[in-house]
Design a protein around this ligand. Structure first.
Ligand code: ASP
Length: 318
């Protein structure tokens, strides 16, 4: 058995391996690992501690897929819950729908007995205030909801996405504006699963969804071929269905490395600078894995039941 994750998933690998070593499935593993990251208040990109949208609200997105049954569940723009991945899983198992957002997803959480918990932390609110004040000195951040020019405000803060160089000069790191956790697992029975959870694009327009909750774009699992998931700006991944493309390229005869590379080349064809921030991890049905990234110095992590510590692997450039 093996579990792979984006680098920020390192803290959840042992929990994922443990649950699978005790007989849990790949789906159990990816959910367990993701929950650890969602609970970490020091990760500004996922769950508790996630950075808010332009209105100062944290809305979480998550998706889970079972490569054995090809069933999936996804939730988007969920408020007042930390474990979006568990809500996605319950939706996958409960059906009949696959994807619920905002009020509907929150309502399902209530119906299923989830206890409400606000993921917005004081640090995240302070970061939001600071970011807005830097760009718009004197702005009354308490009155953001009353504005009719919110997209212009988002545009102005867009340098947090499109102009990384400027943002880095200002002392921000990519990981503070942006990020996601990915988990991929292969269990003892050879079943594959994926889980993805994120607070999305920090300071984004209300209602914005990226690739992370969209099955086929930000993640996909199919026992016959592979499991794959991405991090980075969903606006580009959404337009080329990266995760499902990898599975399809394998079905058409490519090996894992070639398939991921091809899907990354599809992204490049968009001719969009946001592609520079995409990374993909993938694993075939035999548990062989790869990571490709347009970001520099990117790594992913993995762990098996015979390892006492996670291992880090350098991603390669497509
Ligand atoms: N993929 C996430 C999104 O677009 C964010 C990220 O990974 O940076 O919401």
């Amino acid at each position: 058995m093996i579990v792979l994750a984006s680098r920020n998933g390192r803290i959840g690998l042992a929990a994922a391996v443990d649950v699978m070593a005790r007989g849990g499935s790949a789906v159990d593993g990816v959910e367990a690992g993701t929950r650890v990251v969602e609970r970490n208040p020091d990760d500004p990109t996922v769950g508790l501690g996630g950075l808010p949208n332009i209105l100062g609200e944290v809305r979480l997105d998550a998706a889970i897929m079972d490569g054995n049954t090809l069933r999936g569940g996804a939730v988007g723009s969920v408020r007042r819950h930390v474990h979006a991945i568990t809500l996605a899983r319950r939706l996958m198992e409960r059906g009949p729908h696959v994807f619920l957002v905002a009020d509907g997803a929150e309502r399902l959480a209530r119906d299923l007995g989830f206890v409400e918990e606000e993921p917005l932390t004081e640090q995240a609110t302070a970061a939001w205030n600071r970011r807005l004040q830097e760009r718009f000195p004197g702005l009354d951040t308490r009155r953001m909801a009353e504005r009719d020019d919110l997209m212009a405000v988002v545009d102005e803060l867009q340098l947090s996405m499109a102009g990384w160089d400027e943002m880095k000069r200002e002392g921000h790191s990519e990981s503070t504006a942006h990020g996601t956790v990915n988990f991929l697992a292969r269990d003892r029975d050879g079943n594959l699963a994926t889980a993805v959870s994120t607070s999305g694009w920090a300071w984004g327009y209300p209602g914005r969804l990226g690739d992370s909750p969209v099955l086929g774009a930000g993640s996909y699992a199919d026992n016959r071929w592979a499991a794959a998931a991405s991090t980075g700006t969903g606006e580009v991944v959404l337009r080329v269905s990266t995760a499902r493309s990898i599975v399809l390229y394998m079905k058409m005869g490519m090996d894992l490395g070639r398939a991921v590379r091809e899907a990354m080349i599809d992204l490049r064809a968009l001719d969009d600078p946001l592609v520079d921030h995409i990374a993909v991890i993938a694993m075939n049905r035999d548990g062989e894995h790869v990571g490709f990234s347009y970001r520099e110095d990117e790594r992913y992590v993995y762990m098996t039941d015979t390892m006492s510590e996670p291992a880090e692997v350098n991603m390669v450039s497509p």
